[in-house]
Write a protein that binds this ligand. Structure first.
Ligand SMILES: C[S@@+](CC[C@H](N)C(=O)[O-])C[C@H]1O[C@@H](n2cnc3c(N)ncnc32)[C@H](O)[C@@H]1O
Length: 283
């Protein structure tokens, strides 16, 4: 079946609007798990006081809110996402942190509604691989950057390096409750591979490209927390599982737990590896 980009865009927007409550609930866990990635991104682009930063596909805006502290008081950050409900979560977090130099804007990263050469830095953590046309989004990213401006981004490396996502997915697939995205279509692992990411950035006109990998750990005190967090963060998993009858949900849960046994300590703690690619480049 051919890929229908507009159908993907509509479905993605709806799914992420619905996922925002779960993301907000799991906000602290996301923050601690992904902090090394945000820190790599910020180190790579070194925001300076007075600069203007745009975060794309920001979700709860975690990386952009860290940047806001670095560019304050004169500089500012635009936290953007396609989903209004995600932006509502980001607004709450900015208020908790008492940040005054942050604006929020609903933006689809494939059509960035900002003038040419209007920002110094673009940040996008775990966003581009989910978009119908990541090349268009990178082209738009370069358009809004001033010459010499910097982008920093993260995308997941291959699914084999990310058992926290692979195992729940396998369980659903074996039960015929899910199918993997077709090759070349958007999904969490669609931009895996350092060379491919470098090429995409080159084709969008970026230079001084740096691509690295970061190994992360999804740690949980017990399987219950992993299960709840997975339901909170993945709308596809949430919907596929929760529409089943309770006895089947219990079986799926037990199946995922069995698949994660190699990462479970005798006291029940989980330590599951994850690997992301990170990249930085100049416009
Ligand atoms: C995996 S979450 C990542 C959120 C956040 N950047 C983080 O790292 O915690 C993906 C986010 O990308 C957003 N997104 C997906 N496609 C988008 C697009 N084309 N334009 C803008 N946002 C998009 C979703 O709404 C969602 O909030």
């Amino acid at each position: 079946m051919s890929f229908d980009a507009n159908a993907h865009r509509d479905a993605s927007l709806q799914a992420w609007e619905e996922a925002a409550a779960g993301w907000t609930r799991s906000g602290a866990l996301i923050r601690s798990f992904s902090a090394p990635v945000s820190h790599w991104m910020l180190d790579a682009v070194a925001p300076q006081p007075g600069q203007r930063v745009l975060e794309l596909a920001a979700g709860l805006g975690e990386t952009g809110l860290l940047a806001a502290e670095l560019v304050a008081p004169v500089g500012g950050v635009v936290i953007s996402d396609q989903a209004d409900a995600m932006l509502a979560g980001a607004r709450e977090r900015a208020a908790e942190l008492g940040l005054a130099n942050v604006e929020f804007q609903a933006i689809n990263a494939e059509w960035i509604d900002l003038p040419v050469a209007s920002v110094d830095i673009v940040l996008c953590r775990w966003g581009y691989m989910l978009m119908a046309d990541p090349s268009a989004a990178l082209g738009e990213t370069r358009r809004v950057l001033r010459p010499g401006g910097r982008v920093a981004l993260a995308v997941w490396d291959s699914i084999e390096r990310n058992p926290w996502a692979a195992m729940p997915g396998l369980e659903l697939r074996e039960r015929r409750l899910a199918t993997p995205p077709a090759p070349g279509t958007p999904g969490p692992f669609a931009l895996a591979g350092a060379e491919r990411l470098r090429e995409l950035l080159e084709r969008a006109g970026f230079s001084e490209i740096r691509v690295e990998t970061i190994d992360l750990h999804r740690t949980h005190p017990d399987f219950d927390e992993f299960w709840q967090t997975t339901l909170d963060l993945s709308r596809a998993f949430h919907d596929a599982v929760l529409e089943r009858p309770q006895p089947e949900i219990d079986e799926i849960r037990a199946g995922v737990r069995a698949r994660l046994a190699p990462y479970e300590a005798p006291d029940g703690r989980l330590d599951i590896p994850a690997r992301t690619l990170v990249a930085a480049a100049s416009a």
